[in-house]
Structure formats: structure tokens, C-alpha cells
Design a protein around this ligand. Sequence first.
Ligand SMILES: Nc1ncnc2c1ncn2[C@@H]1O[C@H](COP(=O)(O)OP(=O)(O)OP(=O)(O)O)[C@@H](O)[C@H]1O
Length: 242
Amino acid sequence: MRYWLRHERVDTLKEALLGRFRHLRAKEPLWALRDVSFRVAPGEAVGVVGHNGSGKSTLLQLAAGVLRPTEGRVAVEGRVAPLIELGAGFDPELSGRDNVFLNGALLGFSRREMARRLDRIVAFAELERFIDVPVKSYSSGMYARLGFAIASDVDADVLLVDEVLSVGDERFQERCLERIGRLRRAGTTVLLVSHDLALVAALCDRAILLHGGAVALDGPPAAAVARYRALQGAPAAGTAAG
Ligand SMILES: Nc1ncnc2c1ncn2[C@@H]1O[C@H](COP(=O)(O)OP(=O)(O)OP(=O)(O)O)[C@@H](O)[C@H]1O
């Protein structure tokens, strides 16, 4: 996956003050992921770890179909429930209730089907009092609660979770973990991005460590955690321009 970095800068403070902006614009390619190749078996829970900017969110966005790879191929089988960005898939002007229907529609569910699930979703999110309020007045934790409650209630084959759980309070996180555990036992495939290495070790069968957009290790979570720590501060050659 290649992005373009757009550099913009004003030459000197004096020129800026004089209003003579001389923007230097340069476009630099940045390979957020390169030569990344792996498979996840149905029912497997895989943690994706790595330092800031190593490509984790990009990987999940590719799996969710939000991004298209510049080169190569991403294939995901079954229904995918992406929980990849706070508020993604939510319309801030709509109430929590209407967003449940909106998200359901995005995942291919009829209004009637979502109506059947609504009470359960609201109860899990514990948002009874706020469900008819526009979600723009939700806190980030409330967004995460509703997002997780929907994504984990739609019989997905693949659940993609990107860090969003970290904004929930401790009790909610525990309930999420319990639910992810239950989904796993029911055969759901889980791809989980997290900086919480203990969580990855507890929840995942396997971990993929990204470093500079490349796979530095694909194996047992404990090995990925050890390698992650060893790589602390090591240059990430993989994100070089090219
Ligand atoms: N839309 C974009 N345009 C340009 N570059 C981008 C874009 N999104 C991400 N990048 C770059 O791609 C690289 C990987 O970003 P990504 O968000 O996938 O990392 P991450 O591992 O999820 O990081 P973090 O732990 O900080 O969330 C970074 O160098 C980032 O600057």
C-alpha cells in the first residue's frame, strides 16, 4: 500500500510575515506496507502489533475494503464487521438508534432484522438513556460502545478491531473481551490491532509484528512481544520512499 506524502512549507518567517508565501510542494511516495503476505484461517484470532506508523491501521483498512491495495491482492471471505475507527460508519447528526439501522444496512441487514437486534445492542452498549440522542453528543467511549455492540452482534465471519476498545472503561473492556472470546468459540475470525501486548497475548493464537511496513515476525504472541521490545528504537527501513 503506497500513500503519497505531500510536503508543504513556507520558506522563511520573514516571507510568511510579508505574505509572500512560497509553498514548496513535493510529493513523496510512502510505502505503508510492502511485501506483506499472510493468511488467517477461519476461527483464528490474530493480533497485529507494531510501533506507531508501522502500518497496522492500514492493514486493517485493507482487510475492511476501505482501502484498495496499490499492488497485490487482499481477499476476505464472509461477512466482515469492521470496527476500525471511532465513529466510522456513523452519521453524527443521526441518533444512536438510527445509526444502528444505518450500520446494519451497510452490513446488508434489513431494517426489520436490525429492529430485532436493537434492544440487545442497546443493552450491551448500556446506552438506553442516550439512544435517541444524536451521536455527535456522545463521548468517545460511548461511540466505541455502540460501535462494538453493533459489530459484535451481526453474525460476522470476520471481526476487525482497531484499538477502539482502548477508549472504553475497564468494565466495558472486560465485557468486550468476554464477547470476543464467545465469538471466537463460535468460529468468528478476529483480527485485532492493539498496543496492549498483554491483551494480544491473552486473546490471540498468533501475532503479526509489523515494522516499517514489513512483517518482522509472524508467530506466537509471546515471541512477537519479545521482538517488539527488541525493535524499540530500531530504524524502520521498510517505510523508505521508493
Ligand atoms: N492517508 C495517508 N496519507 C499518507 N500517509 C499515510 C496515510 N495514512 C497513513 N499514512 C502513513 O502510513 C504509515 C502507516 O500508518 P498506519 O496508520 O497504518 O500506522 P499504525 O501502525 O496504525 O500506527 P499507530 O500505532 O500510530 O496507529 C505512516 O507512516 C503514516 O504516516
